[in-house]
Design a protein around this ligand. Structure first.
Ligand code: DP6
Length: 344
C-alpha cells in the first residue's frame, strides 16, 4: 500500500509563445518558448496520487468529477514513469502492478486559456514521479502531458528548448533566472471570460501548422531573435525591452491564429480594448510600464512592476467594469473621468 502523495504546481504565462509541433506524439515544438512561472498558491493545480491493490482500475478525478482514464497523454505519462521506475528498479513489480487514483483540482478556471493544462500536468507528473521514486528530468515527463507544462516545473523565468533530436531528449525546459532575480515583477490576470475555449490549443496549433504561412515565417525569422533578446532583457531586468518583445510576440501569435484556415479567433472585443488601453497608457506615461499577453483565449495577462500595480489596477477598474453583469452589458465608450490620467 502506498501513502498519498500531494503536490501543487503553478501556472506559467508565456511571453514567447509555443505554437506548433514538429512531433504530435512526443509533443515536440517547432520553436523555443519563454515564460514566467507564477508563485505557487496564486493560480495552481493541486494533485494527490496513490497506488493500491484494491483499486480496480486507474481513476482520475478532475475538479471533483470522475473523468475517463482513456486520455492518451495521461496514459503516456503514467506509462513512461512506470517504465522508468521499472528500469531504475525504484519500486518493486507488485507496486507497479497496482492501479492509481489521481485527484486533481485547479483554483482557477479550467481550459479557459489560463494555462490549466500546464499546471495540471506539471503537478501530475511530479506527484507520480515521487510515487514511483523515479529520478529523471521532470520537465520532459510534463511535456508528454502538455507542451507548456514542461515550463511549470521550474520557478522564475523558464525557457523550453525546442531541441533538434527526433527522440525529443533535448526538448526540455531550463531556468533562465530564479524567482528571486526580479522580485518587482508582477502579473495581473484579467479574466474576460472563464468559459471553456472553442478550439483547444492542441487543435488550433495543428491547424496553424497545416495552413499558416505566417507560422513558418514566425518560427524561422521572428522567434529565435526574440528568445535571445528577451532572455537578455530578463537577465538585465530591462522592463521596456521585455515588455515590447512580449507584446509583439502575443500580437504575432494571434496574427498566426487569424492566418490559420479556418481562423482561430481567441481574442474578443474586450481583449482588443485592453490592448488599446495599455498602449495608450504607456504612451501617456512616456515609457513602457505595462505589457499584455494573450494565450489561446480572451483573457489578458499583464506584466508590470510592483510600483505601477496600484495605478494600473485603478485604470482597469475605471475603464472596465468589474462585475460579471457589467461585462455582459459592455464597455464604456470613453475613458472620460479617469482622474490620474486626464488626457486619456
Ligand atoms: C498559447 O501546452 O496547451 O498557451 O502541447 O497541445 O497541450 P499542448 O498545448 P498547450 O499550448 C499552449 C499554447 C499557448 C502558448 C504557450 O503557453 O506557450
Amino acid at each position: 500500500m502506498s501513502g498519498i502523495i500531494t503536490v501543487t504546481a503553478p501556472v506559467n504565462i508565456a511571453v514567447i509563445k509555443y505554437w506548433g509541433k514538429r512531433d504530435e506524439d512526443l509533443i515536440l515544438p517547432l520553436n523555443d518558448s519563454v515564460s514566467a512561472t507564477l508563485d505557487t498558491n496564486v493560480m495552481c493545480a493541486k494533485t494527490s496520487v496513490c497506488a493500491r491493490p484494491d483499486i480496480n482500475e486507474n481513476e482520475i478525478w478532475l475538479n471533483k468529477l470522475k473523468e475517463p482514464f482513456n486520455n492518451k497523454r495521461l496514459q503516456n505519462c503514467l506509462g513512461e514513469i512506470k517504465g522508468i521506475a521499472r528500469a531504475q528498479k525504484s519500486v518493486d513489480e507488485e507496486f507497479l502492478s497496482w492501479n492509481v487514483r489521481i485527484y486533481s483540482e485547479n483554483n482557477f478556471p479550467t481550459a479557459a486559456g489560463l494555462a490549466s493544462s500546464a499546471a495540471g500536468y506539471a503537478c501530475l507528473v511530479t506527484a507520480l514521479a515521487k510515487l514511483y521514486k523515479v529520478k529523471t528530468d521532470i520537465s520532459a515527463l510534463a511535456r508528454l502531458g502538455s507542451g507548456s507544462a514542461c515550463r511549470s516545473v521550474y520557478g522564475g523565468f523558464v525557457r523550453w528548448h525546442a531541441g533538434v533530436k527526433p527522440d525529443g531528449s533535448d526538448s526540455v525546459a531550463t531556468q533562465i533566472v530564479n524567482s528571486l532575480h526580479w522580485p518587482e515583477m508582477r502579473v495581473l490576470v484579467l479574466v474576460v471570460a472563464d468559459t471553456k475555449k472553442h478550439t483547444s490549443s492542441s487543435k488550433g496549433m495543428q491547424c496553424s501548422v497545416a495552413t499558416s504561412e505566417l507560422l513558418k515565417y514566425r518560427v524561422q525569422n521572428s522567434v529565435p531573435k526574440r528568445v535571445n533578446d528577451i532572455c537578455k532583457a530578463i537577465k538585465d531586468k530591462n522592463f521596456a525591452t521585455f515588455a515590447e518583445i512580449t507584446m509583439k510576440d502575443s500580437n504575432q501569435f494571434h496574427a498566426v491564429c487569424l492566418d490559420t484556415y479556418p481562423p482561430c479567433v481567441y481574442m474578443r472585443d474586450v481583449s482588443h480594448k485592453i490592448v488599446e488601453v495599455m498602449h495608450k497608457y504607456n504612451e501617456i506615461c512616456g515609457q513602457t510600464k505595462v505589457a499584455y499577453t494573450f494565450d489561446a483565449g480572451p483573457n489578458a495577462c499583464l506584466y508590470l512592476l510592483e510600483k505601477d500595480v496600484p495605478e494600473v489596477i485603478a485604470l482597469i477598474k475605471k475603464v472596465f467594469p468589474t462585475t460579471k453583469q457589467d461585462f455582459v452589458k459592455g464597455l464604456p465608450e470613453s475613458l472620460e473621468g479617469f482622474p490620474e490620467i486626464p488626457d486619456f
